[in-house]
Design a protein around this ligand. Sequence first.
Ligand code: ADP
Ligand code: MG
Length: 194
Amino acid sequence: MNSEKLLKQLHGLKTVFNDKESELTALDREIGDGDHGVNMKRGFNAVNEKVSEGSTQEILKQTGMTLMSSIGGASGPLYGFSFVKMSDAANDEIDASNLIEMLEIFSKTVAEKGKVEGGEKTMYDVISKSADVLRETGALEMDDVQKLAEETKDMVATKGRAAYFKEKSKGTIDPGAQSAVYIIHALGEGVKNG
Ligand code: ADP
Ligand code: MG
């Protein structure tokens, strides 16, 4: 995936998050404040508008800065800072093994910034296992990544707004875990055919 392809994948997330707004809103209404759909939509609409050129590293960095300033909520700084950090690891041509390195940084950044670990019912549960999926299957197929989000359904939230719901947070997929599926899938599609 060169810079052009990376830009195409990130711009494509505008359509994805426009389509998935109501799904993410519904999840965040169950175990949060109902703004995750509109947050992600606003974030990737802004990326589409503001990020239009540069090297892979510059594109990732600008995407991170744009997400940080446009998403708001807990997810904004987590996604935003992660893209900025991933820019340091990206090669000019991002292949599967480089994407594995980037996903490991994504995971480490969310862990540090969110002070989160696995099993706390957050986006981290998807992000932290995505490098292994790519390593083991050679791709980031939607079904395989979606499975990681489904695993958050039975978890009890201990971080973010969902933590206020305690046991009642069980039975709903974490909204951030679901949005992470779309971001990771889009990056995976980018490295599929070179
Ligand atoms: P807010 O919770 O401020 O309304 P969003 O609704 O946009 O923000 O994002 C909620 C998502 O953010 C959650 O579903 C969860 O995945 C993620 N999240 C919240 N706090 C943390 C944290 N400390 N670590 C990792 N992820 C978190
Ligand atoms: Mg919310």
